[in-house]
Design a protein around this ligand. Structure first.
Ligand code: FAD
Length: 374
């Protein structure tokens, strides 16, 4: 008889949801994480009463009622709606592209005028078969929106000119002929009140958790303690990179506390020109309307500048690279994983997949149902 039914490697959302479900079914669970804190990439850190999204801004949004009903048992969500602003050389535009954007761009007032303007520009460009991302974007939204709101931002994100990027990266560029700047347009969205860390703490209540604990430092010992392992770390790391390393894209954050109450008046401002080196500035307090947990106005503010950066082995992995080479390498690791009968690989790193939070919760719930029954 082993001490635990499950060892969960990783205290991020996948691991925490699986652990919560297993505990509810009466299983003995140990959760370990190599970081000094729980919550994985959704971790929020308290700075002067502000919940700072340490690994990038996280906005919860879903149309999945089952996920929403589940997660709201562990946190109350506020009614934050993501409405980012674009700053192009000091000109501010509403995102995603909507009537506010078109009015500011061209002075048009009616949806017909806006649609006509876009069509006119698309026609003038005369692109029938887009050969690269630039041509693709212009053929979808015309030159003005492309030049001011797409080009610089995309080039900074990918570190290459749009003319050298493949057209397929942008399949759609939604244009709204309404005054609607609700970015996600999901049925349910918001930010957990008190921060994501508190929400994950609630998921893990009553479960044994060890942070600053790397699975690979004592793998054999941990394996001997549990009947099964739920592994949410990187799948290539599990196999000691023996087939090579999977690649990621990275983001670098420069975060500072400012002694003023309001820096930019919005949670997210995208810098869409090519010259500004950062892609976005996040002002964390606006995810919670500038208030602390007790509802008081916060006198200071914390901002994070985000820089898109190349990833090297050893850097924090953020976005999997969905190209053929990495897809094929992942398939090989997946096959190796299937031979590890006592291990479940899950989550964004274990499955080398970009997962939104609602999708990772849904995936962990589905896996726990498969493992433990309904
Ligand atoms: P993680 O949170 O990464 O958890 C895995 C954990 O495993 C980590 O804590 C890690 O330390 C631990 N671990 C790894 N190896 C070991 C080891 N050897 N030993 C012990 N522990 C180990 N989703 C949204 O829905 N809305 C958003 O606005 C949004 N914004 C995002 C912004 C950015 C920049 C990024 C990158 C993602 C964003 N996401 C967003 C997605 C969201 O972050 C993920 O859905 C979620 O974090 C995935 O959880 P996870 O448990 O799979 O992974």
């Amino acid at each position: 008889m082993k001490k635990y039914d499950y060892l969960v490697v990783g205290a991020g959302l996948y691991g925490a949801v699986f652990a919560q479900q297993a505990k509810e079914k009466g299983k003995k669970v140990l959760v370990i994480d190599k970081r000094p804190h729980i919550a994985g990439n959704v971790y929020t850190e308290d700075v002067e009463g502000i919940h700072v999204h340490k690994y990038g801004a996280h906005i919860f949004h879903t149309n999945n009622k089952e996920v929403w009903d589940y997660i709201t048992k562990f946190a109350e969500f506020n009614r934050f709606t993501n409405s980012p602003v674009a700053n192009y050389k000091g000109e501010l535009y509403s995102l995603p592209f909507n009537m506010y954007t078109f009015n500011k761009m061209w002075g048009v007032v009616t949806p017909e005028e806006a649609a006509e303007k876009i069509e006119e520009q698309k026609k003038a460009a005369g692109i029938t078969e887009p050969k690269n991302l630039e041509e693709q974007a212009i053929s979808l939204v015309g030159t003005d929106i492309y030049e001011k709101l797409v080009k610089g931002y995309t080039e900074k994100q990918w570190g290459r000119p749009c003319t050298e990027l493949p057209a397929f990266i942008i399949k759609r560029l939604p244009v709204r002929l309404t005054f609607d700047n609700n970015y996600f347009n999901a049925l349910y969205q918001g930010i957990p009140m008190g921060g994501y860390t508190k929400m994950v703490e609630n998921l893990l209540a009553g479960i044994e958790v060890k942070v600053s604990t790397d699975y690979f430092a004592n793998k054999a010992e941990y394996d001997a303690m549990a009947e099964k392992v739920v592994y949410t770390g990187a799948i290539d790391a599990y196999f000691d990179y023996k087939l090579g390393a999977l690649e990621y894209r990275s983001v670098r954050f420069e975060t500072e506390l400012l002694d003023r109450p309001n820096f930019q008046g919005n949670a997210a401002v995208n810098y869409t020109d090519a010259e500004t080196p950062w892609t976005r500035i996040i002002e964390h307090k606006w995810f919670e309307f500038g208030k602390d947990d007790a509802g008081n106005d916060l006198p200071k503010t914390v901002v994070s500048r985000e820089y898109s950066s190349e990833w090297k082995v050893g850097d924090e992995p953020y976005y999997p690279v969905n190209d053929e080479k990495n897809g094929a390498l992942y398939q090989q690791y997946k096959e190796l994983g299937e031979q590890e009968e006592h291990v479940i690989f899950g989550g964004r790193l274990g499955e080398y997949k970009y997962y939104d939070m609602d999708a990772v919760i849904a995936s962990a719930l589905a896996m726990s149902e498969k493992e433990l029954g309904k």
